[in-house]
Write a protein of this length. Structure first.
Length: 399
């Protein structure tokens, strides 16, 4: 009997080793949903999806809270969100793809493709009963639109079933707010205008072009301007906090101009019209981090990605965040501070009106995506929601 003990001890030791190997390692990202849950508990948001990725794989994906408070449906990691202005970098990538083909140039005047932008006027003075217009010193260029330095404002009038061409014809009648290239002023209509340029230069409807050139090759299977009936079941409800009761209440998406999320007659507006999942957004930014390629599919040339993700607004105060500049369709962090303090210089990305955020850090090779549907935040670009998510993600990535 005693001679068997060494073999028994060895067997038990091997079993213990195998058990330890099979046991899941502690999740370094466990604090991400835990810290974000506080905002659900406080009634700031109904729920959220958080994603962290490297250049080639998803490192963390979690969901908290509910996607619909009325039904009690739990938030799922594949739920769809209105990503609002996070659409803009994807629209810019469509322009960039045509630049790579030689069909467009960033410094082309818009009027080359859209004659209604010929000889624009600039609003020099405005009072209750008086407006003074002067001629623009130069044409508006595609680069101006991509960097929000065109002087364009927003739509004075819209319709839920206007075509993209009709939307742009309407905004072209409005005077510029300042001389092209002289200042920075965010213009969603300016990005929509670029989408119409894509249609004219390519000869393909904008939504179809984006599907072929961005979504399909990147495997962004849920990204769309129009949700299907099945996708609508996974759509996270948009909320605003009632200042009197402090409770979250459903809110309509103004940018849809009265159209339903499933309405295919609504125009495909690249300024803020897309719905997507966190995973889809991450794939776009992985492509950008990889110099325009993902999974063997080349979307953009490396030099084009480099131009898009570096400052194009030297000498102009640009962006909503201190220490930031503007690339071609993207915000670029130059001097991290405040809500961007934990990000590396050169990090690029874009946020959305209802609190969503996406960043890609080329120094660390990481992507951060936060998906929420919360209107009326005091400062969605500098919100505590974004800061806490980014801090928790950075802490998990630290050695």
């Amino acid at each position: 009997m005693p001679s068997r003990w060494p073999r028994v001890v060895l067997a038990l030791s091997l079993l213990a080793t195998a058990a330890r190997a099979a046991a899941p390692a502690s999740d370094p990202f466990v604090a991400v949903p835990a810290r974000m849950q506080a905002f659900v508990d406080q009634g700031e948001i109904a729920g959220a999806v958080m994603l962290v990725a490297s250049q080639d794989r998803v490192l963390h994906l979690s969901a908290i809270g509910q996607s619909d408070l009325a039904s009690g449906r739990k938030m799922q990691t594949d739920d769809l969100f209105w990503i609002a202005s996070m659409t803009k970098p994807m629209a810019a990538a469509c322009v960039a793809a045509l630049v790579d083909e030689g069909k467009l140039a960033f410094d082309d005047p818009v009027e080359k493709y859209l004659p209604e932008f010929h000889a624009p006027w600039v609003l020099a003075e405005e009072a209750a009963e008086r407006r003074v217009l002067v001629a623009a010193a130069r044409p508006v260029t595609l680069r101006d639109l991509l960097t929000h330095t065109s002087g364009m404002g927003e739509y004075a009038v819209t319709g839920p079933h206007w075509t993209l061409a009709e939307m742009i014809a309407a905004v072209a009648r409005e005077p510029l707010k300042f001389q092209p290239g002289s200042r920075w002023s965010y213009s969603t209509a300016g990005i929509d205008t670029l989408c119409r340029v894509v249609e004219v230069a390519s000869g393909v409807p904008f939504a179809e072009f984006m599907q072929r050139r961005i979504f399909d090759p990147l495997g962004m299977k849920d990204s769309t301007f129009w949700l299907t009936a099945e996708q609508a079941k996974r759509f996270a409800t948009n909320y605003r906090r009632n200042p009197e009761s402090g409770k979250l209440e459903p809110v309509t998406i103004h940018y849809l101009y009265g159209g339903a999320v499933t309405d295919p007659a609504r125009p495909p507006l690249g300024g803020a019209g897309l719905f997507a999942t966190a995973a889809d957004v991450a794939r776009f930014y992985q492509m950008m981090l990889n110099g325009g390629e993902l999974g063997g599919k080349r979307i953009l040339k490396p030099a084009t990605v480099a131009a898009m993700t570096r400052s194009q607004t030297a000498g102009i105060k640009a962006g909503f965040l201190p220490g930031s500049a503007w690339g071609l369709g993207l915000c670029v962090v130059q001097e991290p501070q405040g809500v961007t303090a934990m990000l590396a210089p050169g990090t690029f990305g874009h946020g959305g009106a209802h609190g969503t955020q996406s960043w890609a850090d080329p120094r660390r090779g990481t992507v951060y995506v936060l998906m929420i549907q919360r209107a009326g935040l005091p400062n969605s670009d500098g919100s505590d929601l974004r800061r806490v998510f980014q801090e928790a993600a950075m802490a998990a990535l630290s050695p």
